[in-house]
Design a protein around this ligand. Structure first.
Ligand SMILES: [Zn+2]
Length: 480
């Protein structure tokens, strides 16, 4: 087995798309399933998802949200109850038409999203104001047929996600919830995945079908394309009316409830790969890395091996008392160089090298994955590794913020926009708020409104397209 067999063979700059796919497959995060459009998650990939899930669960719980479970099949009659919503999803829905050889009368959809199902249940469960707020999150998968080429984590016909659905007595409370969730999303993505996001609203054209409005967080990827990282929707009474989600108030008067729904998917893993990876492979932020530290023992003979391995064991235990996730690579028959490359490909944040010479010097060599810096630590400084991992986490976010800043361009002139859109980026440009301009811009440049950042409603500016008074300064970009 040569290095070329396992390493990444294209550079991130030269062929971003191919680089991405190679990293996913070769770092063993995921693989293609036998059915087109589907992927299989491998333990390292799933572990990252579990880490995110556990962080979200803690934050949701603090906010009074509990987890539930919904079945995957939704009857067509239910899915069609909110017409706009149904029309929006219809082309992507997988249908179950038979059970065995018997045709099913009311076709069953494989859940593209669960609003209709959840709210049918909610209507049953909610009677009075005492039952509210009702806040349930569901960890499951959603299925939406992808006609375009599959990209692991970014575009697949089935994806892991969470969908939260809350019900409130007042509009104000529901809208607060929408913002609270967006805030949880933002700080989790920034703190855990070290990716900066821009938050704001979607345009009318881009909002979730059936929502009054959609708030979103968007990130700019190193190839200049935007990625939607998560959305939180204010549904108003758009669903509570057709689904009769009603409550009796203190005077026993019935009202339609106010609702929200929100979700993030394993797309976040795709974003993490793109944001931090390099020509050597994956680069994992320590907070979500399945293995945070890998120790590679180096020895030439049996006597040396024993000495090194006993010290390695000691260091491993020291790190584990600090709850650091550590792995010892004692595979025989592989050179240290091979192992270094292998762990770099897998993105482990910190590597420790230790051989007979290091033991003589009472020190270890540490190599950071994100900037590939090497240094030494003496045996009595092992505890510092905990802090070093935290520093790596911070440095990765800082670097990603700088990249995002470099890729963000203020623009007011449409010709300039057209000349620059090809090389990608987030373009902050004034817009009149009219669908017509939004559509023309999309048609002529392939860029859409990714997000209208909070507070971007502005001063005296002119729409980049029609030159009329602008209403806001959205982020225009080509997206994934
Ligand atoms: Zn305009």
């Amino acid at each position: 087995m040569s290095k070329e067999d396992v390493g990444i063979t294209v550079s991130k700059n030269a062929d971003f798309s191919e680089w991405y796919t190679q990293v996913v497959l070769k770092a063993k995060l995921a693989d293609y399933a036998p059915v087109k459009g589907l992927i299989v998650l491998r333990p390292d990939g799933y572990s990252i998802w579990e880490s995110l899930r556990s962080t979200f669960d803690k934050k949701f719980a603090k906010n009074g949200i509990r987890n539930g479970f919904l079945p995957i099949l939704i009857p067509e009659s239910l899915l069609g109850k909110e017409q706009k919503h149904f029309a929006g999803f219809n082309p992507e829905v997988f249908w179950v038409t038979h059970s065995g050889t018997n045709e099913i009368g009311d076709r069953l959809a494989l859940r593209p999203t669960s609003e209709t199902l959840a709210y049918t249940m909610y209507a049953k469960w909610i009677q009075s104001w005492r039952d509210l707020p009702l806040k349930i999150n569901f960890w499951n998968t959603a299925l939406r047929a992808e006609i375009k080429a599959t990209k692991p984590f970014l575009r697949t016909s089935e994806f892991l996600w969470q969908e939260g659905h809350t019900v409130h007595t007042t509009q104000e409370e529901a809208e607060k919830e929408v913002m609270k969730i967006l805030e949880i999303y933002k700080n989790t993505v920034e703190e855990e995945l070290a990716i900066p996001v821009t938050t704001g609203k979607k345009s009318e054209k881009e909002k979730f079908v059936g929502a009054v409005y959609t708030t979103t967080m968007e990130s700019i990827m190193p190839d200049g394309k935007a990625l939607q990282m998560g959305t939180s929707h204010f549904l108003g009474q758009n669903f509570s009316k057709p689904f009769e989600v009603k409550f009796a108030d203190k005077d026993n008067v019935e009202h339609f409830a106010w609702q929200t729904s929100w979700g993030v998917s394993w797309r976040l893993i795709g974003a993490m790969i793109m944001a931090h990876g390099d020509d050597k492979g994956l680069v994992l932020p320590p907070n979500v890395a399945p293995t945070q530290v890998v120790i590679v023992p180096i020895y030439k003979n049996e006597e040396g091996k024993e000495k090194v391995l006993s010290k390695v064991d000691e260091i491993k235990k020291q790190l584990e008392t600090k709850e650091i996730r550590v792995h010892v690579d004692d595979r025989s028959g592989l050179s240290p160089g091979y192992k270094f490359n292998d762990w770099e490909l897998k993105g482990v944040p910190l590597r420790i090298e230790i051989g007979p010479k290091d033991i003589e010097k009472q020190s270890i060599v540490i190599a950071k994955r994100h900037n590939r810096e090497k240094s030494t630590l003496s045996f009595n400084e092992i505890e510092k590794i905990f802090t070093i991992l935290q520093e790596i986490q911070k440095e990765m976010l800082e670097k990603a913020k700088e990249q995002a800043k470099e890729n963000t361009i203020e623009i007011s002139n449409y010709d300039e926009f057209k000349s620059k859109i090809e090389r990608g980026g987030f373009f902050n440009a004034p817009w009149c708020g009219k669908l017509e301009c939004e559509e023309k811009i999309k048609e002529e440049t392939g860029a859409d409104i990714r997000v209208i950042p909070f507070g971007s409603e502005n001063e005296d500016l002119k729409c980049m397209y029609c030159k009329e008074q602008s209403l806001s300064k959205p982020v225009f970009a080509r997206g994934y």
